[in-house]
Ligand binder design. Structure first.
Ligand code: CTP
Length: 207
């Protein structure tokens, strides 16, 4: 099966030396890529900057910004049978890029941000994707209810929701505990190494 995975953070440039980003390590997406290749799938990993090694046997396209990730996903997604959107895509990007390094002036600086395009939210309608679609949700409250809203709004088959208010799981940690929110049910995947969750998710795909 052909599988696309987005992973890592994005970097939204402000000027030649500065950018906005987040604490995503990319570990969950890379673990899924590794598990999928071992299960015999053909994997394309589209990733923002991380310090991780690309798993052997995985096709890899590095990207920086949310806009770049959108373009790469739009190009390759129609050829895929399943997709896992683990990337922590920036929701906002600077309204303008300054080609010169911004000098400090005054005591206050206001940075104007505009919304990025929702890549996962564009998969069904804009990109015409008909395969198995998995989104990830980072929540601090009402985990299951918020995840179910995302499942419906973005046309996913599954949302993997984790509680980012806990420091022992999720962002930048080795382990994850997650609610697996399907259209007809919810399962709790108890705290375990990210690789175990990755293998569990890949095992749902079949051949
Ligand atoms: N996502 C994406 N493109 C974006 C934003 C998010 O593909 N521009 C994907 C992420 O990869 C993830 C899911 O959408 O699979 C997260 O959805 P989102 O609505 O952004 O949820 P949160 O990040 O949890 O943020 P919020 O609750 O603030 O909406």
């Amino acid at each position: 099966m052909k599988i696309l995975i987005t992973a890592g953070p994005t970097r939204e440039a402000i000027d030649p030396v500065r950018f906005l980003t987040n604490r995503s390590s990319g570990k969950m997406g890379y673990a899924i890529a590794d598990a999928a290749v071992h299960a015999g799938h053909q994997v394309l990993l589209v990733s923002g900057p991380t310090s991780l090694d690309v798993p052997a046997g995985v096709d890899f396209i590095p990207v920086e910004s949310a806009a770049e990730m959108y373009e790469v996903v739009a190009r390759y997604l129609p050829k895929m049978s399943a997709a896992f959107f683990t990337a922590a895509v920036a929701d906002f990007t600077p309204a303008g890029f300054s080609s010169q390094k911004i000098k400090k002036s005054g005591e206050k600086m206001i940075l104007e941000l505009i919304k990025t395009r929702d890549i996962l939210g564009s998969a069904r309608q804009m990109m015409g994707f008909g395969g198995f679609l998995v989104g990830f949700a980072a929540e601090t409250e009402n985990l299951e209810a918020n995840a179910r809203m995302k499942l419906e709004a973005k046309g996913c088959d599954l949302i993997v929701a984790n509680d980012v208010s806990r420091s022992d799981i999720g962002f930048d940690s080795e382990e994850n505990e997650a609610f697996l929110v399907f259209k007809d049910r919810t399962e709790l995947f108890k705290k375990a190494p990210k690789h175990d969750l990755a293998m569990h998710l890949v095992s749902m795909l079949g051949e």
